[in-house]
Design a protein around this ligand. Sequence first.
Ligand code: PEP
Length: 240
Amino acid sequence: MYFIANWKMFGSLNSINSLNKVDHFLKRFKKNRFVKIIVCPPSTLINPMHKKFKKTLIRIGAQNCHENENYGAFTGSINSRMLKNAGAKFVIIGHSENRRSGETNKLINLKIKSALKSGLKIIFCIGETIHEKRKKITKKVLIKQIDLGLSGIKTKKDIIIAYEPVWSIGTGVIPRERDLEASIEFIKKRFRKNKVLYGGSVNPKNILKLKSINNIDGFLIGAASQDPKKFIDIIKKTYN
Ligand code: PEP
């Protein structure tokens, strides 16, 4: 199972200490290579967190990158090569919060290609809006996001898919069990060898329901992952 923490634009150098609690808890999984913990903090914390946790089960990821893997005059941007150099092993690409601010499928495709070239693994986010769900075009939307986002990418082994219905992110609302199962199965059919995760308001209360979804390989967790107690609780309850 994957547990990916998306800290979004939260966290300071002090948060590194709070992650110690997670590291301490994870010691019980030391010999269990099937538990994968990836923490994606803001870029400012990637290197200090990488240094602090490199000998632990915690892997560090980034939350986005520029599409150009070469250095260039792009004020305020960070590319995949820099993230890799700072210690990131993964990068989230296609998050709905970025799609909402103008990231197109084409741009997402360029970002994925550049991040793969830099040697990062991809956490590729897809998901329908509430409007698309009501129009019953979820599958059509997912196909489009997948086909355009991964266009021209032959080797997909370093790509994890995170299915995140946009209406579920930060709202406390999760999909009905049968709808979520259908979406996960639909994605799995296209990516038999890839991990498919669910993201959207995962918390210690709803994890018992979510963990029983057929074929689910883990979770991308936003708000609840910023609190070490809740993050630990989610992992604990998944295995109890
Ligand atoms: C996310 O931002 O990817 C996410 C799933 O957020 P939340 O868990 O807060 O809904």
